[in-house]
Design a protein around this ligand. Structure first.
Ligand code: ATP
Ligand code: MG
Length: 606
């Protein structure tokens, strides 16, 4: 019998009563138990009929929204040659995260982790004029990443399905428009999928710009932390900027004094010593937050105009003593240079860095005097100050002599810095970048990302078009990804209870789960009639037509599979012709005569 209805008697399905031993999150447990996916290898999954139905529905919604912004679908191979990835350095940059393969002639290939290179080359191949632009292309395709720790089922796989779109425009303004179009489509897609999301600024572009945003589905199992402001805006930790703290009036702060602070090379010892020896006049105790900690960092620069090989620069960063340096955030301040902790050898080469007593007075502007920065006369180590340090604030800090510290050394009065940097870990209660109030931190799973690429790939791969004046100009690009298989898992993760999955109607494998129970053929005949009506009305059905399976097992399976509405034809139907209809969660139960069942079901499905 050919119909759209999935019949449990023949459906390729085995539900499991027990959680698979190695499933670490609810979606991974339930998708396997309910027969949507099976594990093939760590991070590699087989799609079963039910899983494919849901996947296809998610893809269809994505396709509709891509069409609504005039993005055109193409499809690339997953197996790609090395050369384009060599040209953009990603063959190396991806490191161990990429699957590399050799063909029989020993030529290098890779299983694509993402497709910027191929899209860029395709447009280069086919287009040559500004008149061809703008264009946005996308695909829904299998990606490969040799993730260090595949986990959480489909959420972090090594083979997974991604929608990746790429926009090509003649100028920056066009790129921004394409970006906003794509972003709008993302909001519609996630809303339609009933998936909660937070757009998170992923980069501190100028003016808090949106050079990249990640769409995170907030949930405790997420691996990404984001910072949420009372305004509802959100940032990832790398992108957080600290608004300039209000200047402190230091007119009453006494002049800075040097005092012996022997054997106090750590903040703990400094605080202890000062409390024992120099009690504060304002009555409160000295705290770590009163100490300005000066951290020596080595910046590893690439070659530049003044250096014919990569070079290493020591810098010192002043941070409040109650905060810890975040090397990732700090490194972003020196990008593209990389940073690392200074070594003993670094310190030895600079006698002005007195271990345990490093202070700002021997560094930066105060040490440089009139020498021009970067000139041969300038021997001062550059000094940076963390963004949380307010102008006018008084500090207890090193005096660049062993056993001696400064007290009441005021930033902006006694010393200055060569620059303000984001150097420390952000924490709960810090002021949000938009000044709307204190930040809180939450966890989420990245379900998509929109990215203004600019000219990076078009320059690396030579994608130019002729502009209105006949001049060859590089094309502005954006790229936009959605983790399709991850989205499916996130919907499952946020739509379930102890009994099983509970899909939103738009993505459920069917809208109605019809269960016939008992030994009496009448129930099964009634179910067939109901199904014919539902099919006629375009409603998708899973029908549990299994004979010799107990009602209890059938109900358990229905709840596990997670179709939103359940219709039961059992003893009541045989006795008085009524069909019991309820929602997946057991709510809204009614018993209606068979003649009214279609109307009742259609109402719930709509
Ligand atoms: P993550 O930080 O989670 O590793 P990413 O930022 O490296 O992700 P992108 O390169 O931005 O990922 O890929 C686009 C989208 O593909 C992501 O937003 C995510 O939804 C999805 N994705 C990335 N890696 C995986 C994976 N290993 N398994 C499933 N989906 C993934
Ligand atoms: Mg990403």
């Amino acid at each position: 019998m050919s119909s759209n209805t999935l019949r449990m008697s023949t459906l390729f399905l085995r539900t499991l009563r027990e959680d698979p031993a190695d499933a670490d999150v609810d979606s991974a447990k339930l998708l396997q138990r309910a027969g949507y996916i099976r594990k093939a290898a760590p991070g590699i999954w087989t799609w079963l009929p039910l899983g494919l139905r849901v996947l296809n529905k998610i893809e269809e919604i994505i396709r509709e929204e891509m069409a609504s912004i005039d993005a055109q679908e193409v499809h690339f191979p997953a197996l790609l040659p090395r050369e384009p990835y060599e040209a953009t350095h990603r063959w190396e940059e991806y490191g161990d995260n990429i699957f590399r393969v050799k063909d029989r002639h020993q030529a290098d290939y890779l299983l694509a982790p993402t497709h910027e290179e191929m899209f860029t080359l395709l447009v280069k191949d086919m287009y040559s004029s500004y008149k061809d632009l703008p264009v946005t292309l996308y695909q829904i395709q299998t990606k490969y990443r040799d993730e260090f720790r595949p986990r959480a089922g489909l959420i972090r796989g090594r083979e997974f399905i991604m929608k990746d779109a790429y926009s090509f425009t003649i100028d920056e303004e066009g790129m921004r428009k394409a970006y906003m179009d794509e972003r709008g489509a993302y909001e519609r897609i996630f809303n339609r999928l009933d998936l909660k999301y937070v757009p998170v600024f992923a980069m501190s572009g100028p003016m808090g710009g949106s050079a990249s945003e990640e769409f995170l589905a907030p949930m405790a199992i997420g691996e990404d932390t984001f910072a949420l402001a009372p305004s509802g805006k959100a940032w990832n930790v790398e992108a957080l900027t600290t608004p300039e703290p209000a200047e402190i009036d230091c007119s009453a702060t006494p002049a800075a004094t040097k005092r012996p602070t022997p054997d106090a090379g750590t903040i703990e010892r400094m605080v202890e010593f000062a409390n024992a020896t120099y009690p504060r006049e304002d009555g409160r105790a000295w705290e770590a937050a009163d100490v300005l900690k000066n951290v020596v960092v080595a910046v590893k620069h690439a070659e530049d105009d003044a250096h014919d090989k990569p070079w290493r620069e020591l810098v010192v960063v002043g941070v409040p003593g109650d905060r810890t340096v975040d090397m990732k955030r700090l490194e972003a301040q020196f990008a593209p240079a990389e940073i690392e902790e200074a070594t003993e050898e670094d310190l030895k080469a600079h006698p002005e860095l007195v271990k345990g007593y490093i202070g700002p007075m021997a560094l930066g502007p105060q040490a440089r005097g009139d020498a021009e920065i970067g000139s041969a006369e300038d021997t001062a180590i550059r000094y940076f100050i963390d963004a949380h340090v307010a102008k006018g604030s008084a500090w207890y800090t090193g005096a660049d002599e062993a056993g001696v510290d400064y007290y009441d050394l005021v930033y902006g009065r006694d010393f200055a810095a060569d620059g303000v940097v984001e150097a420390v870990e952000v924490r709960h209660g810090d002021m949000s970048p938009d000044g709307s109030g204190p930040l809180s931190f939450e966890r989420g799973v990245e379900i998509g990302q929109v990215f203004q690429l600019g000219l990076k790939y078009s320059k690396a791969l030579g994608l130019t078009v002729l502009d209105q004046n006949g001049k060859a100009v590089p094309v502005w690009m954006g790229c936009y990804g959605i983790g399709v298989s991850r989205v499916l898992a996130c919907i499952a993760e946020t739509h379930h209870d102890e009994a099983g999955l509970a899909w939103p109607s738009v993505v459920a494998p069917a809208q109605v789960h019809v269960v016939a129970t008992g030994k009496d053929e009448k129930a099964f005949e009634g179910a067939e009639r109901l199904i014919a009506e539902l099919e006629e009305a375009g409603i998708e059905v899973i029908y549990d037509d299994r004979k010799k399976v107990s009602p209890g097992v059938k109900f358990k399976d229905a709840e596990l599979v997670g179709v939103p509405v359940i219709a039961v034809l059992g003893r009541d139907f045989v006795n008085d012709g009524t069909i019991e209809i309820r929602d997946r969660d057991g709510g809204n139960m009614v018993a209606v005569p068979a003649s009214e069942a279609l109307a009742e079901l259609a109402k719930r499905v709509a």
